[in-house]
Design a protein around this ligand. Sequence first.
Ligand code: XCC
Ligand code: SF4
Length: 629
Amino acid sequence: MSTMQRRDPRTMSIASDAQQMIEVARSEGIETVWDRLEAQQPQCGFCVLGVSCRNCAMGPCRVDPFGAGPQKGVCGAGADVIVARNLGRTIAAGSSSHSDHGRDILEVFAATAHGETTGYRIQDVGKLTRLAAELGIPTEDRTTTQVAVDLADRLMDDFGTRRASLSFVERSPKPRQELWDRLGVTPRGIDRENVEMLHRTHMGVDNDPVNILLHGLRTSLADGWGGSMIATELSDIMFGTPSPVMSTVNLGTLKPGWVNIALHGHNPMLSDVIVQAAEDPALVDRARELGAEGINLVGLCCTGNELLMRRGVPMAGNHLMQELAIMTGALEAMVVDYQCIMPSVTDVARCYHTVVISTADKARFPGAVHVSFDPGRGLEIGRDIVSRGVEAFANRNPDRVRIPDEPVEIMAGFSVEAILGALGGTPAPLVEAIADGRIRGAVGVVGCNNPKITQDYGHVTLTRRLIENDILVLVTGCAAVANGKAGQMVPAAASLAGPGLRATCEALGIPPVLHMGSCVDNTRILVLAAALADHLGVDMSQLPLAGAAPEWYSEKAVAIGAYVVASGITTVLGVDPPILGSAAVTGLLTSGLDDVVGAKFAVEADPEKAAVLIRRHIEGKRAALGLPA
Ligand code: XCC
Ligand code: SF4
């Protein structure tokens, strides 16, 4: 920890709440993610390049990237196969994570349709009806319940292998569907593609790196146009389709005299009933009895994004804030579901009065209290959890409470429905603004924090440079939270944008950086891109669009990057993926793919340079469409 102790917090995060809490961690001697990254140095060079394999017990094996040592694993696999297999498995892990989340939502939706849940209902009947009609499910003269049951059944099928392609693949532009068919990458079943990837990457199955990578694209498409999209759409139906909402962000959302409960993870199905439970007068009375002013719920990571988007629940922070939030000494409970929850949170919580409450049977945390989620008793469980948070207030030590900073305002809630609604129900005004050059194009800036990168620096800098150059930015996940903390997500931030984007945002009263939701909600960006392409009668790959994941860390982010590229949108990564040990795989992803799917990956750690690269890409797409320079 020694070198860490000397490192300037300003090189660790650009966010002042984080910088202050890093000092607190040091003075209290509590280990953080940055300390552990330091302790891991130097990280394994073989793994960094992707040339290590432990897929079987003849190994583990490593290929010497300098050519002097072994060039093949025991089975005979060279660097290209090893790197491709590793990448394939990473995509499958990310895709499975999103899709399993989607299935969990689908199961609660199905149970709700059958009247077997408490605390859940169909909130957006309009969206249910639209979706059913889109999938050919009869809606006339039928009850909401009947339609919902059929929709649930239909989407359950998408997880298996009963049809030639997934329900939502038909939402993509026709030329894109034809291309996927020609390439043989149209996803067939969500589970199937993931299972097949595990099969192919078993020793002695798929030994052709290109063939593995093509299946990697198919696997990711089963996430983007499958599991994740189901998660988004059904969450909208059950919890409400987001519309613009003002809220606040950073650790200042924790309130000194209140019971503070943070909801962390990814799945909105429990957190949504917790929001209902926190309004229970009996629980609020109990909080007051214990001397608190009330119950304050805040979000972390993507569970937080789900609640911010739909209910305006304040957002305490993104990925790297989870340990620091506990160190405020003002957090009674951290309720976790799954994904991106560091195992270290229970260690940090032990130093405070914070109770960590795990809720998913598939995601247990030693040291946490486990309250098993059961949608049949949703509200009751929600009350139980909130009550544990309230009771923990009695153990708070007021002398240890250090809440840094005042919260910053943020506008969220930009579902595709909300964006099209603001435009008068059609993408035409946006297409016109892009066509005449007031807006040059749009970029999805998405993904995580990674302690290898100064927290939020990549997101905030890249976004700033893009909006300054009249490029609309769409954000999700931790990238959204970063931009929110930096004040770039309020309507007044239009003044930071170039003249064309600024005028458009001011006319509509929206920020130049639009919060489109959690990481599964990257599917909203796909749907919007498809709508723009269809409106122009072109494929998505022809649009002046790009994706960026400046601070990505997770396997899910790799799956997202892959489906975005497979959908025709070039994507720039800020952290090296572990593929550089294979010239063939690196070449395919960063150049060859362009000829195959009309998009590719680029890696650029410096967000200033990434912005230039993206601007060039967008101007190139504009020129090819004959749009004004
Ligand atoms: Fe996780 Fe979604 Fe990444 Fe953030 S952006 S660190 S995946 S919380 Ni999804
Ligand atoms: Fe080694 Fe091949 Fe087994 Fe991988 S699959 S561990 S390269 S023998």
